[in-house]
Design a protein around this ligand. Sequence first.
Ligand SMILES: [Zn+2]
Length: 332
Amino acid sequence: MEALESLFARALKLEAPWKITKIAFYEDEGAIKVFADFPRGSTFCCPVCGKDAKAYDTTEKEWRHLNFFQYACYLAVRVPRIDCPDHGVLQIDVPWARDGADFTFLFESFDRTLVREMPVNKVSQIIHVDDNKLWRMMHHCTEAARQEEDYSSLTTIGVDETAKARGYDYVSLFVDLVEKRTLFVAEGKGAETIKAFTEDFREHHGNPHDSTDVAIDMSPAFIKGVEENLSHAAITFDKYHIMKIIHTAVDEVRKAEGKQQDLLRGQKYIFWKNRQNLTEAQRTRLASLESMPRLNLKTVRAYHIRENFQGGGYEKSSPFMFLDVTTCRIKG
Ligand SMILES: [Zn+2]
């Protein structure tokens, strides 16, 4: 049995004073539990100053570790608090897991690899871990990674809002358009979200006055927010939102003109689509409407304005359409 315990100690990378005292197999649950403890009189580092101190008291703790073959593995340990002469009674840092974690470092890193590839609830089913614990870990890791972020060289920012659920509650996303990374996500879609972002920007060594360009949709709230908080930045409206407005305008012209002009009845799909997407019959129909100069149809003229604006190659496929910042500078 001694050999098996030292094998597990090596696999778990447990070092003195920690020793494996027992290994229990739970055949029905498909689990192994490895118990570890330390000899009486062992000393541990104070988590604040690093000075050695003896155990003051202990609590039983358990962490999920990487599977051993098909068995879910748990590490169960009596973890001491020490009494440091300078810092008082404190829980020690264990070398295999971060403070407050449900999983060992190795199991966390395995989970994170899975979460990158699939949704959390799927991971939860595969590794048999409560998804709340997974979310707790993800929140911790995201926060820890965000603390490290440095926005000191950030100059070009894109903002867009999206609905959290269909038709309800908006969140605003802030992205770095040069490095193509997400910077900040805030509830709402008003001027106050820009203010909240600016505060976060400062907390990450950024200077809002250094931002030279901000791409937003045409919402007055965003414009106000940028003018108040990122006042040195030129505003660029993203093409996707402008296209939506022009599309609606063409449609309104068609509806109004269609009331007097029978030739336009039943032709709405022609004016909704881009020319290259029309069917053969629609293309012929459009060509015939365009070739009647006497009619001088407003709808046709509006459609041509839209085409001119589109220039070439406008595609609606990407949700990050605001990466296209080539249009409509209004300031700066
Ligand atoms: Zn101390």
